[in-house]
Design a protein around this ligand. Structure first.
Ligand code: NAD
Length: 469
């Protein structure tokens, strides 16, 4: 068990962190409440002055050093993720290595992306002018993060914010604060002046108080739709970035490499026990290969080992809580009552919900329309690619999609027709490289992460123009 300290004297008690797999106490952290926000802001204000004064080479050096330290401490970080989030150890190591990359990318951005020359003489009458724009910090950025990637999603906000010369008021998920605290401690060890990142741990009340503070220049949020909506109502006039949920479709065409499609979709559907915003939720399979795909997909699902996330052999760990697993089970139950057919899974032991495959889910059912965020996948058959694209686009929210095909024209038709922030060809929806623009289409999504893109959102251009005559 670990006890982590915050830098601010809290007025509220502690947050206890539990292991989702066995319910054991993993750590206690000092919590903040709405009444602490003023003190948190005093510190963040000081942090903003320090951060904007740091030359770019120092920001880059701190981020590079932090990346190296996270890499050296990979196993320790990964074990922390396993203990507090229930992710399997193999997946937690991958998340940690992605965090190393995210920090390295942020270091590069600090050195590279400082502004541009403005071609004033491209406008008749402005020939005597020359100048540029710089990328200036916003000030204090509030970063609010979810439980499912408790390390790398925090790095996706801290890295670009620090690279851009901002201070951050970070509120990680109260369910998984330990990885975030460890990352902040590592940044400080790497030389970051302490006030540049202020951590506040607590729930919705604290989050609401933070986002509504006038001095916060931007809220960078990753989490669910309802919370995103609540934040937009509370935040008032400030910049918002909303990285919300998905309900990813993957199209399987009859001409594809079926073995590869099955393997990739199994990984995409059950990674992090399905608690993955780009996790494959709906697999649309062309009628000519539906039966063979279904047979292989169900067989592959049944081979997965569910259980203790600390064991190397485990493929699927627990969900974040027993309540979350119960909600998933109830949603599947309701879909079955509405006419869906269960193919495998749908068994629950505490927070463990076994990988579940269903087919023929009614298209007005919430499993089809909304994000389930659980190890549940739906199969649906289609005849033509046009039908598949229409089905893929039915939900009102979308992040990523995928298509398996060996036909270039079909691949490009899907890429053009699917409404999503990313379309993966011959990959499941669950592919992300931390430098690419990442974000959603349709309801609620605002802005893009991916280090360069978050950095640009977290900085503001300032034009300097010289008139020579
Ligand atoms: P959540 O929305 O319940 O919580 C996210 C964060 O918001 C937590 O820190 C929480 O304490 C805080 N919060 C809750 N109420 C608040 C309020 N009123 N004001 C301010 N902050 C508040 O999300 P979760 O259950 O932790 O995470 C799962 C969700 O996150 C899923 O919908 C998933 O798709 C989404 N997600 C999106 C991405 C992405 O990059 N698009 C990545 C990962 C997860």
């Amino acid at each position: 068990m670990t006890t982590a300290r915050l830098q601010i004297a809290p007025t509220v008690e502690e947050v206890a962190v539990f292991n989702p797999y066995d319910g054991s106490l993993v750590g206690r952290v000092e919590a903040s409440g709405p009444g602490d926000v003023e003190a948190l802001l005093v510190r963040a204000r000081h942090g903003a002055l320090l951060s904007r004064a740091l030359p770019r080479h120092r920001r880059a050096a701190i981020l590079e050093r932090a990346a190296r330290l996270v890499g050296e401490g990979c196993e320790d970080f990964a074990r922390t993720i396993v203990r507090e989030a229930g992710k399997t150890i193999v997946q937690a190591r991958k998340e940690t290595l992605r965090c190393v990359n995210t920090l390295k990318l942020a270091a590069e951005e600090a050195k590279r992306n400082a502004g541009e020359i403005v071609p004033f003489d491209a406008y008749a009458g402005s020939e005597s002018r020359q100048g540029w724009f710089t990328r200036e910090p916003l000030g204090i950025v509030a970063a609010i993060t979810p439980y499912n990637d408790p390390l790398n999603l925090v790095a996706h906000k801290l890295g670009p914010a620090i690279a851009g010369g901002n201070a951050v008021l970070l509120k990680p998920s109260e369910l998984t604060p330990l990885s975030a605290l460890k990352l902040v401690e590592t940044l400080i060890e790497a030389g970051l002046p302490e006030a540049i990142v202020t951590v506040a741990i607590g729930g919705a009340d604290l989050g609401r108080a933070i986002v509504s503070a006038r001095e916060i220049r931007m809220v960078s949020f990753t989490g669910g739709f309802a919370t995103g909506e609540a934040i937009t109502r509370a935040a008032g006039l400030k910049k918002l970035a909303m990285d919300l949920g998905g309900n990813a479709p993957v199209i399987v065409m009859a001409d594809c490499d079926l073995g590869k499609a099955v393997e990739s979709c199994i990984s995409g559907a059950y990674w992090a026990a399905g608690q993955n915003c780009i996790g494959t939720q709906r697999i649309l399979v062309q009628a000519a290969c539906y039966h063979s795909f279904r047979e292989a997909f169900v067989a592959g699902t049944l081979r997965l080992q569910s259980g203790d996330p600390g064991r190397e052999e485990t493929d699927v760990g627990p969900m974040i809580s027993e309540a979350a697993a119960e909600r998933a089970q109830a949603a599947v139950e309701q879909a079955i009552a509405a006419g869906a057919r269960l193919l495998c899974g749908h068994r629950r032991e505490g927070a463990l919900y076994y990988p579940t495959v269903i087919e023929a889910v009614p298209r007005d059912n919430r499993l089809w329309r909304e994000e389930i965020f659980a190890p549940v996948v739906m199969l649906e058959r289609f005849e033509t690619l046009g039908d598949a694209i229409r089905m893929a686009n039915e939900p009102d929210c979308s992040l990523h999609a995928g298509i398996f095909t060996n036909n270039l024209a079909d691949a490009l038709e899907a890429a053009a027709g699917i409404e999503a922030g990313g379309v993966m060809i011959n990959d499941s929806s669950d592919y992300r490289f931390d430098a690419m623009p990442f974000g959603g289409f349709k309801h609620g999504s605002m802005g893009r992460e991916g280090v360069r893109f978050a950095y640009e959102e977290m900085t503001q251009p300032k034009v300097v123009c010289i008139n020579r005559v």
